[in-house]
Design a protein around this ligand. Sequence first.
Ligand code: TRP
Length: 481
Amino acid sequence: MVFQDATAFIFNNKGMSSSMSTKNATTSGWKAGDRSPKIWKGKLTFIMAAAGSAVGLGNLWKFPYIAGENGGGAFVLVYLAFILCFGIPLLAAEIGIGRSTRKNAYSAFDSLAEKTGANKHWKKVGGLAISTSYLILSFYTVVAGWCLYYFYISATGRFNDPAQSFDKSFTSGIFEALLASPISLIIFSTIFLGMTYAIVTSGVVKGIEKTINWLMPSMMLMLTVLIGYSAAVGDFDAAVEFLFMPDFSKLTLDSIIIALGHSFFTLSLASAAMITYGSYMPTDNSIPKTAFAVAGVDILVALTAGLAIFPLVFKYGLEPGAGPGLMFISLPLIFNDMPYGQLFGSAFFFMMFIAALTSAISLMEPTVAWLEQRFNWTRNKSAALTTLSLWVVSLGTVLSLNEWDSPIFFGKTLFDALDYLTANVFMTAGALATAIFCGFCLKQEQLEVMFGKGSLAIPSFKFTMRYLAPLFVATLTLASI
Ligand code: TRP
């Protein structure tokens, strides 16, 4: 009874006049604890929105280069195992926490802790998760700005200038010049942040749902075309062997830890996004099935990105372990040489930009939802303040790439420190805490609200949350220290 869902109420109010739904009902019209009028309308929207959050620069930019750096096949296998064993259960947990409370991450933990008689400090886990998404966005927008800049220069033919002698010093020169120019970085990341703001401020259904519903299919379509082209032009067999033939001698403790961290990062876990999106999920969507579907899309895109990039890398004799520069320094070398390189190059960076945009929306939403509910602010005000403050923080990130390029936190620049802190400290701690909370604090009653009465998922979920995930995450964290 306590967990009675609001969806029936929501569905009955579908016909609400639009002025009311934007101005009053979605914002100041309800306080934390009230029934939220924000529920996705389409049956597939949650999957698309959550997959849009999960599929991002982590899949297209980070996964190929960390797979390359860590030896390929064996790393990919470990990463898949982590997603299956821990990623999917944790994803289901976060969606469930959101949907059963219909609140922002902070209040969701707060209200569940209250209902189960758990310690009231659990709400801090929600607070940590919201801060994590906020901090990730402060550097995510800068990297997304790079994609936008690269789209611009590939579309305008910078990588296809016949008069230009093409080698690595030329493409790395372009990348270094970009990083050295605060103005360019600020312009492109500001455009990106502005677009994210415009979508988020328009509302959960009118802004996010509407945009995601066409952005995600376009992105998947582009990726499919790109992989087909790359398979035709490049050395596909070598790429398949590299990604799928495990060589366990190349696996180190370090690569296992990287695989674990990335399995959380790629599913947008421990950063409040899935809890917040879960709070907009209709009650008749199955949580376990949805979690599998979202993780499935996420894995598919990561592997497809690998299969679109590595055939070209091998064909043109580039280094698969080239690190973060793989996308921005190595790949442009190819665009010059390959047939239709200008088109391929700009399509590639445009696709990265869309993927980053759908993730950024879900990185902004947790803070906006929290501000709206905590202070009873309108959506416009919450989104505007979030964006403005993020813009200021992102200036710090931008400057740490050039003017302030000196170690300020534990030998790292601000950019590297934010990346390291969120991905390796906050997300691991948040995932660990979420697992313990679900394993020990939630009662059968809450688990039934999440998974359905008599669901077979409950016992294995409980076991994973109680023992498997905490033991594994804690052991690996200790080993890494
Ligand atoms: N999953 C995103 C990616 O692969 C990155 C990410 C981490 C994220 N946490 C998030 C995105 C929270 C949105 C919300 O690029």
